[in-house]
Design a protein around this ligand. Structure first.
Ligand code: B4P
Length: 196
């Protein structure tokens, strides 16, 4: 049973800085980082059947089916029974995933403390992702049509997840443009409100 955990969701469209900021947040707050994007890419790198199935969706800029990512998150949490809290990065991306996460956390005797959403203009998202594609080797970052499809999926299926946490009064929206350090300070200011 987890006691006195702090669980955070970092939210925003593709390229909004979730992965970038997560790296800094886990160092400062000692949270366990769970990125569904990273977990899926690691399944692809190991050529598992789950990875091969996920790749067909990711290459088109589409979301991977809910049951696949929910199962992955459940087993990642089970592997970390001593975590003092989790940082969910890129998850939940649909309302069904949010409902599943709430239930999973209830089973563990804990809950989400806050969702922090990073707001970035669409032109800036596309610029950042194309730029990352030059060096990352990520096929979903090199093709502007795929990037636009990812943003479309976000608007159609993911944006509504914010309402789920707004309704629970566990939602904060922050400016996601500017320097990486300035954005990190904004995020810390928000997290610290929950810890003081
Ligand atoms: P993810 O791996 O989650 O990819 P992402 O949203 O593009 O990454 P992120 O938002 O973290 O990138 P960041 O801004 O940090 O997902 C990839 C795919 O996996 C999805 O399309 C989907 O198919 C699948 N998937 C993942 N989770 C799923 C789920 N739950 N359900 C279903 N499918 C799922 O970085 C972008 C770039 O911006 C970097 O180059 C960075 O250096 C730069 N950057 C960051 N901050 C900046 C700043 N302040 N100024 C300038 N540049 C900045």
């Amino acid at each position: 049973m987890f006691l006195l955990m702090f669980n955070l969701i970092l939210f925003g469209p593709p390229g909004s800085g979730k992965g970038t900021q997560s790296e800094k947040i886990i160092v400062r707050y000692g949270l366990k980082h769970l990125s569904t994007g990273d977990l899926l890419r690691s399944e692809i790198a190991s050529s598992t059947s789950l990875g091969m199935e996920a790749k067909t969706f990711m290459d088109k800029g589409q979301l991977v089916p809910d049951q696949v990512v929910i199962g992955m998150i459940r087993s990642a949490m089970d592997k970390n029974p001593d975590a003092k809290g989790f940082l969910f990065d890129g998850f939940p991306r649909t309302v069904a995933q949010a409902d599943a996460l709430d239930k999973l956390l209830v089973e563990k005797g804990t809950s989400i403390n806050s969702m922090i959403s990073l707001v970035v203009r669409e032109e800036e998202l596309i610029k950042r992702l194309l730029n990352r594609g030059l060096t990352s080797g990520r096929s979903d970052d090199t093709n502007e049509t795929v990037i636009r499809a990812r943003i479309e999926e976000y608007l159609n299926k993911t944006a509504a997840v914010a309402g789920h946490y707004q309704a629970q009064n566990r939602f904060a929206e922050l400016e996601g443009e500017g320097s990486i350090d300035d954005i990190f300070q904004r995020i810390c200011g928000e997290i610290d409100k929950h810890l003081s």
